[in-house]
Design a binder for this molecule. Structure first.
Ligand code: IMP
Length: 200
């Protein structure tokens, strides 16, 4: 039987909030790695979202002896050949930069570019002390706006407009974002994996 309590291998407050908002109503409890006392910074040396999610979840599971879940995610922009992608958190001036500096840098790179197509990707990896591993992926297609809109969310939310919507992830509101986002889609798939795991 799968537990309904996981340590989230992340120090990102935006991710933590969304994991709780999305998984809470499903009866799945998320404890942050800081709350659990395992606030370690795992080097994201993988070349794919999947690899990095596994690196983070397995490190926290190994340190804690408890089931751990991680999300590796990012924004892939067509006109930039898929960048910043796995490097989204380190884009431009790296982790020292604020989210605002990073998305303004992205807008600068896209100045005068008419192809604004982009997608957010989220890869979830869950590692159990038994060695079992569950994986899930979600994507949200959209476009990069010409200027930031809205003040909600985190990261690149103010400059990303999901397909079929107006405004940005930051102006849609949490409830709406959590219905259509890459993370919402990945977590819905993760929940199914978890149900299958429970039946094993
Ligand atoms: P990582 O998964 O720790 O490598 O970081 C992912 C980075 O991608 C975050 O720091 C954000 O900059 C960006 N990102 C991932 N998901 C979202 C989202 O839902 N909204 C806005 N930015 C995001």
């Amino acid at each position: 039987m799968s537990p309904a309590r996981f340590i989230l291998a992340s120090g990102n407050k935006g991710k933590l909030r969304e994991f709780r908002q999305i998984l809470g109503p499903m009866g799945i409890e998320i404890v942050s790695q800081k709350e659990a006392g395992f606030d370690i910074d795992v080097a994201e040396t993988g070349e794919t979202f999947e690899e990095n999610a596994w690196l983070k979840a397995s490190a926290i599971c190994a340190a804690s002896g408890l089931p751990a879940v991680a999300d590796d995610s990012g924004l892939c922009v067509d006109a930039l050949g898929g960048a910043p992608g796995v490097h989204s958190a380190r884009f431009g001036g790296g982790k020292a930069w604020t989210d605002e500096q990073k998305y303004l840098y992205l807008l600068e790179k896209l100045a005068g570019v008419t192809d604004r197509k982009a997608r957010f990707v989220s890869c979830i990896c869950c590692v159990f002390p038994s060695g079992d591993v569950l994986r899930a992926r979600g994507e949200c297609p959209g476009r990069i706006l010409e200027a930031p809109v809205g003040s909600g969310g985190f990261g690149y939310d103010p400059v990303f407009c999901p397909e079929g919507y107006e405004g940005s992830f930051a102006s849609l509101g949490e409830e709406q974002k959590n219905q259509i986002s890459h993370r919402a889609r990945a977590l819905a798939a993760f929940r199914k994996e978890l149900e299958n795991h429970a039946d094993r």
